[in-house]
Design a protein around this ligand. Structure first.
Ligand code: SF4
Length: 301
C-alpha cells in the first residue's frame, strides 16, 4: 500500500453519522427548497459519499454535481453502466440544478469552511462540461459575492471552448481524468463520443496558459500504468504539459478486464511496479505535487 496523500479528507472514521445528520437538518432549514441540497442528502445518507458527508459536516470540499449527460462511455463509469452485468455505484443526477441552487450550496460551504473547495464533476453525474451553462452563471454569482474558496472542476476535459467560458467566469482549478496518455489506450477506456484525446490535451494547454491550477486524475492500475511504454509516454506528456499535480486515483474497474483491454489497444512490456513508477516521476519532475485530493488555492504553493 502506498499512501500518496496524508490528508484525512475522506477518512470515514472522522465522519460521525450523528454529526452528518445534524448537518442535514441544519442545511434543510438554511436551503429548504434547494434541489441540489436534497440530492446531496441522498449522496451522503444513501450512497455514503464522503464528499456529500463533508458538505453536511462543513469540512474540506463540497460536491456540486450538475450534469445528467456525458460524452464518454468509460468502461468503469461509476454513475452509468449500460449493457454490462456491472452495476454503477450510484445513479446519475436526474435534473440540472439552477445557477441559484448551485451558487447557494457553494456559498453555504465557502461561508463556513476555512480553505474551502467546491467541486463540479462528481461520481453521481456525467461530465460537468455538458452542463456548463448553469455552472458559468453560478460561478459568476459566487465570485460576485466572495473571493474566498477554491472553485474546481473535475472533468474529462473534452471541450476546450466550453472550458474557456468557465475560466472567464472565474473557475480556479481543474482536475482532468485520464487513464493513459497513450491515445489508443485512452480511447479504449473512455470510448469518447465526438471528441478525441487531442481535445483533452488542448484543454490542459489552455488551462496552463490561463495560469489555472491543473491536476491530472490519473486512473492507475498496477500492471498497466507501471509499464515502460506508459511511463515513457507519461514523462513525455509531463515535459510538454507542466501540470501542477498528479492525483494517483485507484481505477475502480475489474483489473483483469482492464489489463486485457489495454494490452489489446496498446501492447506493453511487463510492469516494473507502482512504487518504482511513482519514485521515478517524483525524481524526474520534482516540482510536481503528488496526492489524492483537490488542494485549496492556499496550498498550491
Ligand atoms: S467521463 Fe465520468 S461520467 Fe463520463 S463516462 Fe467517464 S466516468 Fe462516467
Amino acid at each position: 500500500m502506498i499512501r500518496v496523500d496524508a490528508e484525512p479528507r475522506q477518512d470515514l472514521r472522522r465522519m460521525n453519522i450523528d454529526a452528518v445528520n445534524a448537518g442535514v437538518v441544519r442545511m434543510r432549514s438554511q436551503l429548504p427548497d434547494n434541489r441540489l441540497r436534497a440530492h446531496l442528502e441522498r449522496c451522503a445518507l444513501t450512497y455514503g459519499c464522503p464528499a456529500g458527508k463533508n458538505f453536511f459536516l462543513g469540512r474540506y470540499e463540497a460536491p456540486l454535481p450538475t450534469s445528467r449527460r456525458c460524452n464518454a462511455r468509460c468502461l468503469g463509469c461509476i454513475s452509468l453502466q449500460t449493457d454490462t452485468e456491472i452495476c454503477s455505484s450510484q445513479n446519475r443526477i436526474d435534473f440540472t440544478p439552477t445557477p441559484d441552487e448551485i451558487a447557494d450550496v457553494a456559498l453555504a460551504h465557502i461561508g463556513r469552511v476555512k480553505q474551502a473547495v467546491v467541486s463540479f464533476g462528481q461520481g453521481c453525474e456525467g461530465d460537468p462540461l455538458l452542463a456548463a451553462e448553469a455552472s458559468v452563471s453560478a460561478i459568476r454569482q459566487i465570485r460576485s459575492q466572495t473571493a474566498r474558496g477554491t472553485i474546481n472542476m473535475n472533468t474529462n476535459g473534452s471541450l476546450p471552448v466550453v472550458m474557456e467560458s468557465l475560466f472567464d467566469a472565474g473557475l480556479d482549478s481543474i482536475r482532468v481524468s485520464i487513464n493513459s496518455v497513450r491515445p489508443e489506450a485512452y480511447a479504449a477506456y473512455f470510448r469518447p463520443g465526438g471528441y478525441a484525446f487531442s481535445d483533452v490535451l488542448e484543454t490542459i494547454a489552455l488551462a496552463l496558459e490561463r495560469k489555472k491550477f491543473v491536476a491530472m486524475n490519473y486512473l492507475h492500475c498496477p500492471g498497466v500504468t507501471d509499464t515502460p511504454q506508459e511511463m515513457a509516454a507519461l514523462e513525455a506528456f509531463l515535459r510538454r504539459h507542466p501540470i501542477h499535480m498528479i492525483q494517483w486515483r485507484n481505477l475502480n474497474y475489474d483489473p483483469v478486464r482492464y489489463a486485457a483491454a489495454m494490452q489489446a489497444a496498446a501492447p506493453a512490456d511487463p510492469p516494473v511496479g507502482m512504487r518504482r513508477c511513482i519514485g521515478r516521476i517524483r525524481k524526474r519532475f520534482p516540482h510536481l505535487i503528488h496526492g489524492y485530493f483537490n488542494p485549496p488555492k492556499e496550498k498550491w504553493g
